[in-house]
Design a binder for this molecule. Structure first.
Ligand code: TRH
Length: 398
């Protein structure tokens, strides 16, 4: 009898410890397109390992896309450890036992055999979460942490990132803003970072612009305007369809690491940068033209003026999302800055000519920077996403 009691006590203790620590996390990433699915997942995986001491297994179905932002990764290996994260090819879940926490990224579907195993181990042993897309829309607050009952008695929990206290927050490493400030206060940091990418420093007094947007056909008249302007502009262009548009305008193929000059405009083609260093190019820019989710969030942490090229959706759902973010972001900004920002973002996203919106925005760059700093400070008051995700995994009872 005494032995049985002891056994039960130990079982209870181990369940208690598991609930509090939830040590092993399985993240699942299906790459739909581009780099954002793996970009968000990779950032979260590293933070869970380095700041939260979790054991993370990351299942990915496209190791080649992953390799673009993580050069240490060997896309031919089905199992490897990178930066303390165990990276596994998608098929490896066939044989795997679920960890303490299972996170589906962006509603990706797990293999049925893995779902069966989650159900076999039953409620209480595994926490199952679905990390959703980022949106500033207000309905997100109601949907955040809503359980969805699954066969087998387990609840899947919907976790929504967001910009308010009632959402899951944004990914932000604990030391991010301190590192950013240290980097930005070092006069040589930008030159060193650019040199590491094979690029020269920008021309003196140039407005520096990072261009990481989706493809856009109407860029020519804006580039003509920049080239003809009295004021120098430096454009750092990321790889992807936008570089093709740029090359068409330049009538040459600019290779990664090459720079060319057209009047007042200097264009540099960036290579793919390891994700750990991607922030530096945002920190270096006066304006960040970003897209998707992760670069969009990182530009906000860079505290620099930004222009968001939102991921286009067929049913125009992105227009609502864009409006929702602009409404939050521009709240409290002076009316002229509000109008200039909104017009520029709309012109970019609706594929309109940019010339007028650009000319109208430029006089507000300094105010836009002050506003971006304020916005960043206010966001930083909120608990970061990884910490909130851990809480959700620990606290929620089935
Ligand atoms: O690539 P994105 O457009 O991503 C996505 C996808 O379209 C996805 O399907 C959709 O769900 C999501 O948007 C909304 O943009 P994003 O989110 O900015 O992701 C890019 C990632 O790539 C980000 O983590 C930064 C990283 N990156 C580097 O690390 N180095 C680089 O050189 C570049 C160009 C990007």
């Amino acid at each position: 009898m005494r032995v049985i009691n002891r056994h039960l006590r130990l079982q209870g203790l181990s369940a208690h410890l598991r609930m509090n620590h939830r040590k092993t996390w399985d993240l699942f990433c299906h790459v739909v397109d581009n780099l954002g699915d793996i970009g968000v997942t990779w950032r979260l995986a590293r933070q869970l390992v380095h700041e939260h001491g979790r054991v993370v297994r990351l299942y990915v179905d496209d190791l080649n896309s992953f390799h673009a932002i993580c050069p240490e990764l060997n896309p031919r290996l089905a199992q490897q450890t990178v930066c303390g994260v165990e990276v596994l090819s998608w098929g490896r879940q066939q044989q795997a036992e679920p960890g303490d926490v299972v996170v589906e990224m962006f509603g990706c579907h797990l293999l049925p055999s893995f779902v069966d195993r989650i159900q076999q181990v039953g409620p209480g042993r595994v926490r199952w979460l679905n990390l959703e897309h980022l949106s500033a829309e207000s309905w997100v607050e109601d949907a955040h942490l809503r359980p969805s009952p699954q066969p087998g008695g387990i609840n899947k929990l919907f976790f929504f990132p967001g910009f308010t206290d009632a959402t899951g927050g944004l990914l932000r490493e604990a030391d991010l803003l301190t590192r950013r400030d240290a980097w930005q206060s070092l006069p040589s940091a930008r030159r060193i970072a650019l040199r590491a990418l094979g690029l020269p420093p920008p021309p003196e007094h140039a407005t520096t612009v990072l261009l990481f947007s989706y493809g856009r056909s109407r860029l020519g008249s804006w580039l003509d305007l920049l080239a003809a302007s009295a004021r120098p502009t430096m454009l750092w262009v990321c790889p992807g369809p936008i570089m093709e548009t740029m090359n068409n305008w330049l009538t040459m193929q600019l290779a990664a690491g090459q720079t060319t000059v057209r009047g007042s405009l200097t264009v540099a083609a960036l290579p793919y940068i390891a994700q750990e260093r991607f922030d530096e190019i945002l920190w270096a820019a006066d304006l960040c033209i970003v897209r998707g989710e992760d670069s969009f969030v990182r530009a906000q942490w860079a505290a620099r003026p930004l222009l968001w090229h939102i991921y286009p959706q067929h049913d125009d759902a992105h227009t609502v999302k864009l409006d929702a973010f602009l409404a939050r972001y521009l709240e409290g900004a002076e009316a002229p800055l509000r109008e200039a920002t909104r017009n520029l973002w709309m012109a970019w996203n609706q594929e309109l000519a940019l010339d007028n919106a650009w000319d109208a925005f430029l006089p507000h760059v300094t105010a836009a920077r002050r506003h971006a700093e304020r916005w960043c400070r206010s966001l930083a008051l909120r608990t970061d996403l990884a910490t909130q995700l851990r809480r959700a995994a620990r606290d929620t009872e089935e």
